[in-house]
Design a binder for this molecule. Structure first.
Ligand SMILES: [Fe+2]
Length: 177
């Protein structure tokens, strides 16, 4: 059987997004990302022991705008709750795990005093991928050695995104760079 490669994954993303820019298309991309994350050759090349710490752009599609990133960290990390603006994001685990918390903004709370409630918690183990729809708020929490692939619908540095301070109950908008 032929290995599923990064190049084929990207071609499949392109075909899928031409066909469907909605949730069903994202589900197909999620399934394909899980297939890619079960390929030893891909894992070794992009998420293996020799991978340098940092966030590496594996693909930025010039026509459709989606981005494929490899997140290689030297240490564990807990992110603040954040969204990906108007973009979707699909996180796929390569090594160790990431604990996800999905938050729901409490109705009626203002940007000056925002309240978030936990909507869902789950763990992404190696080979698993999960979709965050536009506007979804989540936290990522992973230990040392965790590595993951993230596919976003657009380059997040080019759109406003938001992060939340749970202690201060504040929202900060990250503006495009
Ligand atoms: Fe995120």
């Amino acid at each position: 059987m032929t290995a599923y490669s990064l190049l084929t994954f990207i071609e499949d993303c392109r075909a899928t997004l031409h066909d469907s820019g909605g949730p069903d298309g994202r589900e197909r991309i999620r399934t394909n990302l899980e297939k890619l994350l079960n390929e030893p050759a891909f894992l070794q090349e992009h998420c293996g022991a020799d991978a340098q710490p940092g966030i590496h752009k594996l693909h930025h599609d010039s026509e459709l705008g989606f981005v494929v990133l490899a997140h290689i960290y030297a240490h564990g990390k807990v992110s603040p709750p954040h969204d990906h603006g108007d973009s979707w994001a699909i996180y796929g685990q390569a090594t160790v795990f990431t604990d996800m918390t999905v938050w729901e903004r409490r109705a009626g709370t203002s940007d000056g005093h925002v309240e978030l409630d936990v909507k869902q918690k789950f763990r992404l183990d190696p080979g698993m991928a999960a979709i965050f729809e536009p506007g979804d708020i989540h936290t990522i929490d992973f230990p040392a050695g965790a590595r993951f692939i993230r596919v976003t619908g657009t380059d997040l540095s080019r759109i406003p995104t938001r992060r939340y301070d749970l202690d201060q109950h504040r929202v900060t908008t990250n503006l495009p760079t």
